[in-house]
Design a protein around this ligand. Structure first.
Ligand code: IMP
Length: 205
């Protein structure tokens, strides 16, 4: 059986990935599934560093090939902030965060509010260098929040070709077009190659 550890406790992320990797016949396991409750801290200053820390850290802990992601929101007018620090920018609650973001962009017209979501996935297997793939999703930071699906900055993230915010898209729609989905589709190619090369066997611990 080709087992891949996904460095998450979030069952939603696992299901989303399962949909995209569906036909590869890889069994996904979450940290909980394999009984890991150690937290690998995200102390890096880039998405790549954080994704690597988690993928290699949980590979060491489990002996299993491991997929880990790190993502964030980048706003052009803020020179790419909040970026890798998105989860704590302006507070820890979603409301505090988007109020802070709106304040930073106060007075800027629509065309100066360009942004993108970024997701980097690291794929670590025993005996090989870690590999990275990335997905992005362009948008514009709205003037006020709209919609109730999603999480984080979604009510402020306007998607031009959908003419609505991410929080107005259903989870299915979001999962088909998000930065995470794009990165997962790129990861799918790497995993298909791993299968062709012979799936990495768990290392003994
Ligand atoms: P994580 O790496 O997936 O935990 O995401 C880090 C942070 O980036 C989150 O706490 C959010 O602030 C932001 N973020 C990443 N992806 C999304 C998304 O799809 N919607 C809203 N916020 C996101």
């Amino acid at each position: 059986m080709d087992i891949l550890l996904v460095a998450t406790h979030n069952q939603g992320k696992l299901r989303e990935l399962q949909t995209i990797l569906g036909d590869l016949d890889i069994t996904l396991r979450s940290l909980r599934d394999v009984g890991i409750d150690t937290v690998v801290d995200e102390t890096g200053n880039t998405y790549e560093e954080n994704a690597r820390l988690k993928a290699e850290g949980y590979l060491r802990l489990s002996g299993l090939p491991t997929l880990a992601d790190d993502s964030g929101l980048e706003v052009a007018a803020l020179q790419g902030a909040p970026g890798v620090y998105s989860s704590t920018y302006g507070g820890v609650t979603a409301t505090a965060q988007f109020e802070y973001l709106l304040k930073q962009l106060e007075g800027l017209p629509f065309h100066q509010r360009l942004a993108r979501y970024v997701c980097v996935i690291a794929l670590a297997r025993p005996g090989h260098p870690t590999e990275f793939v990335q997905g992005t999703w362009p948008g514009v930071i709205e003037f006020e929040p709209r919609g109730s699906y999603g999480f984080g900055y979604d009510p402020l993230f306007y998607v031009l070709d959908q003419d609505c915010t991410v929080a107005e898209l259903t989870p299915e729609q979001k999962n088909a077009m998000s930065h995470r989905a794009a990165a997962a589709r790129a990861a799918r190619s790497v995993l298909a190659r791993w299968q062709a090369e012979g799936w990495p066997q768990p290392t003994s611990l």
